[in-house]
Design a binder for this molecule. Structure first.
Ligand code: KG4
Ligand code: ZN
Length: 344
């Protein structure tokens, strides 16, 4: 089965062609990062206009690169949420239009669930469940037990900022461009992570929950202090970035290991933009016990992409068959506490 995936939840217009859930024939991502850089974050109205401009050329490119004709597509899979409402409307309407014109079914999937499916795509078969799933992105920080694909048990999440959001905000304080995660990782390589030690966030009575707003405040206060003492922020930036990165990422590693023990899982799947961090891989390699198998997404599947949408759509179609043209609406706040979400 050939699936065309559509991802337009935020500031990437992405189209991918995937065969049978995991064979990626093309994976085209048009990133709007340059457009939003000067605003220090995503400007929703501009994001929508750019999706409109680019979505059809990106579809053409993905179909050409896959070496197929659009008529060979058997199913259209689209991210129905969570995300920016205007951006979701564009993706969904394109999916519905293609479905009508090609007379092929279409299906809506959760963007967050797709981030968890991304690391599984590198294997020929689905893993043996249960496994632990960790979503670390710009908008989400969740640990779940994956009983089966589509059946998730909530373990913990963030009580305030998402981890990627914390990276973006810390980067802003350090005058680094958006998106902040890769910029922090780049300059942190030159810094000493022990020069500024930030304490790992801690949530009272909930040892596996996350909280990144306090960590962000620690960085802010340290910067203020440095400025007050007349120190040159430019020379300290790399050390501050390294200290922040270490505290934030080691918190993910620590709580993931705790959750794997609590949920009795020996395989961990990580997904979402922050899983693109090489430092995170390094920390898991250093601190995770050898009995744990830690699986990151393959290249190109950590950040927002449509291959994960097409791949998950293939599996969801087996459960649900198809979505109804008139009843599938965008879900900007689609929660990830869903159980049996493949059936929703
Ligand atoms: O999954 P994603 O592409 O979009 C959302 O669904 O949110 O994640 C984007 C987030 C941004 O906050 C970005 O700063 C962060 O992922 N990110 C990173 C790295 N690369 C991207 N954070 C830390 N280190 C990185 N190398
Ligand atoms: Zn995402």
């Amino acid at each position: 089965m050939i699936v065309l995936g559509i991802e337009s939840t935020c500031d990437e217009t992405a189209i991918s062609i995937v065969r049978n859930g995991n064979e990626i024939l093309s994976n085209v991502i048009f990133s709007q990062t340059e457009l939003h850089k000067k605003y220090g974050g995503v400007f929703p109205e501009l994001a929508c206009r750019k999706h409109l401009d680019t979505i059809f050329p990106v579809i053409d490119q993905a179909v050409n690169e896959a070496g197929i004709s659009i008529k060979d597509v058997d199913l259209i899979s689209v991210a129905k949420g969570p995300g920016l409402i205007g951006a979701l409307i564009i993706g969904l309407n394109v999916a519905k239009t293609l479905s009508l014109c090609l007379n092929k079914p279409f299906i809506g999937v959760s963007h967050i669930e797709a981030h968890l499916y991304a690391p599984m795509m590198q294997f020929e078969h689905l893993p043996k469940f249960p496994c632990l799933g960790v979503v670390i992105s710009g908008g989400h920080t969740n640990i779940v037990k994956i009983n089966h694909l589509g059946e998730y048990q909530h373990i913990s999440s963030t009580v305030d900022d998402a981890i990627g959001e914390a990276f973006d905000k810390a980067a802003k304080m350090l005058d680094l461009p958006y998106p902040g995660g890769p910029e922090i990782e780049k300059i942190a390589q030159l810094g000493d992570e022990k020069k500024y030690v930030f304490s790992r966030p801690f949530v009272k009575k909930s040892p596996m929950s996350f909280s990144f707003s306090g960590l962000k405040t620690q960085v802010f206060r340290t910067i203020e202090k440095l400025k007050k003492n007349g120190l040159n922020l430019e020379t300290e930036k790399k050390h501050l970035a390294a200290g922040f990165q270490f505290a934030a990422l080691s918190d993910i590693v620590y709580k993931t290991i705790l959750a794997a023990e609590a949920a009795d899982c020996t395989t961990i799947f990580l997904g979402g933009g922050v899983s693109n961090s090489s430092k995170l891989r390094e920390l898991f390699a250093a601190y995770a016990p050898s009995t744990l198998k830690v699986v990151f997404p393959p290249k190109g599947l950590s950040l927002d992409n449509a291959a994960m949408i097409a791949g998950l759509g293939y599996h969801k179609y087996q459960f649900q068959k198809k979505s109804d043209l008139f009843s599938l609406y965008p879900s900007p706040k689609l929660p990830f506490s869903l159980q049996n979400s493949l059936c929703n």
